[in-house]
Design a protein around this ligand. Structure first.
Ligand SMILES: [Fe+2]
Length: 348
């Protein structure tokens, strides 16, 4: 098990700066593609409460959850960017182009053509008004009525994610010796989404690939602790490691493709997969024998830069050797997000 660095935000928050932890954050995400965050503002009990609320939704019958699928677009295409995303609707883009770089002992599992996990999507943050990308920016959260406290708890978790995101974005910029608002200003009005996942463990046992090998397209992905283990990730140098948080107080920060673009590869997108292993299966079997129906639930949130911001190297990253490669791929963040969303769209 790798010792993933833990970044404590408390001194930064109290004193307005903490160069040591800012550099440690920069080093962690540059090497591991992720870091563990300890932030005292996360209300004790909230991560568990939010996860339990999400689990209650996942445990609803499929015909009830189906009421909360995003309505189809006028042209008939079906998106799942708000409300319930059913199982087998996520198809991780195969990343065959990097597989040859990974040593045999660290290769990912063969990804399923479609992931068996399902998801809840819930917009949070400060929406961008007057957007060129209204389907992304102006989504009102779809509220699941059958679960008491769904809106309130999701809102509380969203506020927490936003607050921590804004802090780590500043710390990372400072760690790189850049102005503190370099990433923060792009993220302030980003179309962020709470996106917890659920997997029915009474159906899916050891060996299940809940999420095939992939990277996130977000700038950052922030999670609380999941209730069952399963996440594996790769370092920049293709060492595979298990991602486990020490306890419920800690958060996991992963970096996605957008941050790689902004930093011209100084931070590479973090590749990962979710595989149900033998870990804690004895406890699981006991629960199943007792007639319970446990789900694996994550408290994922995807944090994006604003749709009208350009995905391109920024700040001092424009001077890096790889910058040209990213400059020629320059695209509006909203256009990139649409590409990804519509690639996954289905005909209703
Ligand atoms: Fe992911």
């Amino acid at each position: 098990m790798k010792d993933i660095p833990i970044i404590d935000t408390s001194k930064f928050l109290a004193q307005g700066g903490d160069d040591e932890q800012c550099v440690a954050l920069k080093d962690a995400v540059s090497h591991y593609g992720l870091a563990i965050i300890l932030d005292e503002r996360v209300e004790p009990g909230l991560p568990v409460k939010y996860r339990e609320v999400a689990q209650e939704v996942f445990k609803l019958p499929p015909d009830v959850k189906a009421k909360y699928i995003q309505p189809p677009l006028e042209d008939g295409r079906q998106l799942y960017e708000n409300g319930w995303r059913p199982p087998f609707t996520e198809r991780p883009r195969r990343r065959d182009e990097v597989l040859h770089l990974i040593p045999d002992q660290a290769k990912p599992k063969d990804p399923p053509s479609e992931d068996p996990k399902e998801r809840l999507m819930y917009p949070f943050g400060k929406p961008r008004q007057g957007s060129q990308f209204p389907t992304i920016d102006l989504a009102e959260p779809i509220i699941v009525n059958e679960v008491e406290g769904y809106r309130e708890t999701s809102e509380a978790w969203g506020r927490t994610m936003y607050m921590v995101l804004m802090t780590v974005a500043q710390m990372l910029a400072i760690g790189f010796g850049e102005p503190r608002d370099l990433f923060w200003s792009l993220l302030e009005h980003g179309p962020h989404r709470l996106a917890p996942t659920g997997l029915d463990l009474s159906k899916w046992g050891p060996g299940t690939v809940a999420a095939g090998f992939h990277n996130d397209m977000s700038a950052f992905t922030l999670h609380g602790m999941s209730n069952w283990p399963g996440l594996w990730a790769w370092t920049r140098f293709w060492e595979k490691f298990a991602v486990r948080l020490p306890d419920e107080r800690h958060l996991l920060l992963q970096v996605g493709r957008a941050l790689e673009h902004l930093t011209a590869g100084a931070v590479m997108r973090g590749y990962h997969e979710v595989v149900i292993g033998e870990e804690r299966q004895d406890i699981l079997r006991a629960l199943l024998l007792a007639g319970q129906k446990p789900w694996r639930v994550t408290t994922t949130s995807f944090c994006h830069i604003a749709t009208d911001s350009w995905l391109e190297p920024i700040g001092g990253f424009v001077n890096l050797p790889l910058a040209e490669k990213y400059i020629v791929q320059r695209i509006l963040s909203g256009a990139r997000q649409e590409e990804s969303i519509f690639r996954k769209a289905r005909r209703a």
